[in-house]
Design a protein. Structure first.
Length: 356
């Protein structure tokens, strides 16, 4: 590629002068780099840094992560969202500690075999930890390269393939890790989605989008899918200083996280109707003393809008048998369990009730 000799020195020099001082940039430990990349997939650096440090304090190596229970891992992850990331990391750590004898995979192809590791994460770890010359393509990199070369194909529609092919020609065999990180950093700090700082860009003289006045229209974005509404109802039942919680199962959102007894309806239902449905689990609640129903709360996920209510009931005694798999927990011990952010945010709003 003709521009390679001109672009590389500018990009790498800028990165070494301007990169942020982030904790995962002070290590070549593949485990720690892997943890940072997984956390940062759907999390901003400011928030992700705190979680990264907390995660490594509790699980400093792949063996400690593998030895933990799913509940322990999810509790440390609580609040980060996209919980499948934590479940997949845990499964991959157990595979490394068990099947691979604790030896972390060293190549892009080997890393791809780990549960939850896709092309981006495998390329990031392989290049940064082991120096393998394989390019990364995340949102920041895609934006930089599509503007640099005026690529009009969107992601998932040939765009990723073209960007990856160009990067394969650019990436230097001896500085692959710094090259990948420099593109990610340039996209995060300079070549931003809105109002990019083109005058501060080290590649401004080589950027085709700037020359063609296409910066504002690149990258081409595919219209997002529609957002589905889901209606959740949570029963906060309290009796003699204990509350009921249960663990979510199946393949739905928030798998293995804890929640209060819940129902989902196809549309918004009157509280009296919902309490009657809960009666099947806890006979007597419709005739109980104190009943408080929250306002309708909105919680936004990527392709779902959760609309939720909380129904507080106080019982003089628990029914002889509970129709469901529940655990009785004192309010001041709820913090030991990993809940979805929707529920923790609600509990934080009422510390006197939930023992926070």
């Amino acid at each position: 590629m003709k521009k390679k000799k001109e672009i590389l020195p500018l990009l790498l020099d800028w990165y070494r002068r301007s990169r942020r001082d982030l904790p995962w940039r002070h290590t070549d430990d593949p485990y720690r780099i892997w943890v940072s990349e997984v956390i940062l997939q759907q999390t901003r650096v400011v928030q992700g840094t705190a979680y990264y440090l907390r995660f490594l304090e509790r699980f400093p190596d792949v063996e400690s992560l593998a030895a933990a229970s799913p509940d322990e891992v999810l509790k440390v992850w609580e609040g980060l969202g996209y919980y499948s990331r934590a479940r997949n990391m845990h499964a991959a750590a157990r595979h490394i500690a068990g099947r691979l004898g604790g030896h972390f995979p060293r190549t892009y192809e080997e890393l791809l075999r780990l549960k939850g590791v896709g092309p981006y994460t495998a390329a990031a770890v392989a290049s940064i930890a082991f120096g393998e010359a394989v390019p990364v393509v995340d949102g920041n990199v895609f934006r930089v390269v599509t503007r640099l070369f005026a690529i009009t194909l969107p992601r998932g529609d040939g765009g990723d393939r073209e960007v990856r092919a160009l990067l394969a020609q650019l990436i230097p065999a001896e500085e692959a890790g710094d090259f990948n990180q420099s593109l990610m950093e340039l996209g995060a700090l300079v070549c931003t989605p809105a109002a990019p700082a083109c005058d501060d860009c080290p590649l401004r003289e080589h950027c085709l989008a700037r020359k063609k006045r296409m910066t504002g229209s690149l990258p081409v974005v595919t219209p997002p899918r529609g957002t589905k509404k889901r209606y959740f109802h949570y029963l906060v039942a309290e009796c003699r200083g204990e509350m009921l919680v249960s663990q979510r199962a199946g393949k739905d959102i928030w798998q293995l996280l804890w929640e209060f007894p819940s129902l989902e309806t196809e549309k918004e239902e009157p509280p009296a109707r919902v309490l009657a449905l809960f009666e099947e689990w806890l006979p007597g609640i419709t005739g109980s003393g104190e009943r408080v129903v929250s306002r309708l709360l909105r919680h936004q996920l990527t392709h779902r809008t959760i609309l939720a209510r909380f129904y507080h009931v106080t019982l003089p005694q628990w029914p002889a048998s509970l129709n469901g798999t529940f655990v009785k927990v004192p309010p001041d011990r709820l913090g030991d369990y990993a809940f979805p952010r929707l529920i923790t945010r609600y509990m934080e709003a009422f510390p006197e009730r939930f023992g926070h």
